[in-house]
Every structure is written in C-alpha cells, then in structure tokens.
Design a protein around this ligand. Structure first.
Ligand code: ADE
Length: 228
C-alpha cells in the first residue's frame, strides 16, 4: 500500500514512522509519505488558510492551496484522483471509523489522507477532491493529524506480515471471527496472583473448551459485561 498524508505538520509523523509495528510494515514495501500544502502555496507569507466567508471564528484551509499540493504530488487534476486512489478527508462529522471500514481501507492499494487544521476545509476540497469524509469519533480535535495516525495505525496493522502472529488480527475485538463483538479476556503467568486465579478452563489444555469459553465471553461482553 502507498499512503500519503497531506498535513501542515509533517514532522509529527516522524515519531509515528519510528514505532516498531509501523517501521516493520514500511520495511516490507508499504510507503507512508507526508506532503505539506504550505510547500505549494503561492500566497504571501506561505499562507494556506483564510477567514470563512459569512464570518465566524477560525480559519479555513484554502481549496487552491490544497489543489496545488495534490497536483504537485500526483501530476494531474485532483478532480480525477478519486478514480484510482481513495482520498479521505478527516473531519469530525465524517463516516465513523470502525473495524469494517478499516478492513475496507486495508484492501486499497493507495490512500490519501487530507488533514485539516483550524476550522477545517473549504467544503469544495471535500466535495471535489475527496472520495469520503472520515471521522475517528464525534469530538473535535485541533486537526486531522492524530486522526490520520489512528487510521494509519489501524489499517497498517491489518496488512500481512505486520503483526508477529497473524492470528492476533483475526480473532480480535470487532472482527468477523467474533461476530463483531469485543474480544474475550486474556491472562498470562502467574496463574494465581493475590488470590486472583486464572479461569481453570484456560489451564486445562482442552482446546475445544477454551474456544467455546472465549466465544461465550466475547458474546457476554457484547451484551454488557463479563460472565460472573
Ligand atoms: N479533525 C478534527 N477532529 C476530528 C475527528 N474527530 N475525526 C477526524 N478528523 C478530525
């Protein structure tokens, strides 16, 4: 997969790229590049945003600046870009990110994530250059950088070879293997700590019973809490 993040703060992603699971996937051929729209503005003072028409607080990312950055990156009219890569505008009101959407994105060969700042995007950016609007939750962050990292983290860890053990992504919370339910509880050594014992079934070595217990725990959690 080739992922590009359009951001006014590309250095934030240096830390992200250095995290082990991200570094692993980047070493295996996936790319994660940042493009700073500020490098492509022709406005004085390297301006990228402006005050909203109609008044109101905050600043809005300009459509002409974002177009210039997209054109420079892809060498074509960004209007056509959606035909061969998924272009996601990160907005608090967009489609909510969930496991099904992450699976969908993990199948894309190329992603472009547009991070807004301040009051967000001129709506024409979303309407004409983006394929979808995506939200990581119904709250407002100062910009799309953290949401872009959340999307990249969730998507990249689904790619083959990223997790040490391929099974860990199959039976995790909200996956089809658990019928979309939360994951079952995990325990490790010591088997008893301060009198808190690990459930006997997990120590039994009886794989069919362990599987059944885990499915049951996941189902019970989905219905509102662990079994007694
Ligand atoms: N930009 C600001 N807040 C956001 C959110 N919750 N999700 C996606 N993008 C955002």
């Amino acid at each position: 997969m080739d992922a590009d993040v359009f951001t006014l703060f590309p250095s934030w992603f240096d830390w992200f790229r250095g995290q082990r699971h991200v570094a692993n996937v980047l070493a295996s051929g996936t790319t994660l590049d940042c493009v700073n729209p500020r490098d492509y503005t022709t406005l004085s003072g390297r301006q990228v945003d402006d005050t909203p028409f109609g008044g109101g607080a905050g600043m809005v990312l300009r459509v002409d600046v974002v177009e210039a950055a997209l054109r420079a990156r892809y060498g074509r009219d960004p209007l056509e870009l959606r035909e061969d890569r998924r272009v996601l505008a990160l907005t608090p009101g967009g489609r909510l990110l969930d496991d099904a959407l992450i699976d969908e994105l993990a199948c894309e060969p190329a992603l472009t994530l547009l991070s807004g700042r301040y009051e967000g995007f001129d709506q024409r950016i979303v309407d004409h250059f983006a394929s979808d609007e995506l939200s990581i939750g119904r709250y407002v962050l100062a910009g799309g950088e953290l949401p872009a990292m959340v999307v990249c983290d969730a998507v990249l860890r689904k790619l083959p070879g990223v997790l040490g053990d391929e099974r860990s992504a199959v039976e995790e919370s909200f996956s089809p293997a658990l019928q979309g339910g939360p994951e079952y509880p995990h325990y490790t050594r010591p088997a008893e700590y301060r009198g808190w014992r690990v459930p006997d079934v997990l120590l039994s070595g009886h794989h069919a019973r362990i599987r059944a217990w885990r499915r049951e725990q996941s189902r019970a959690r989905a219905e509102g809490g662990p079994l007694p």
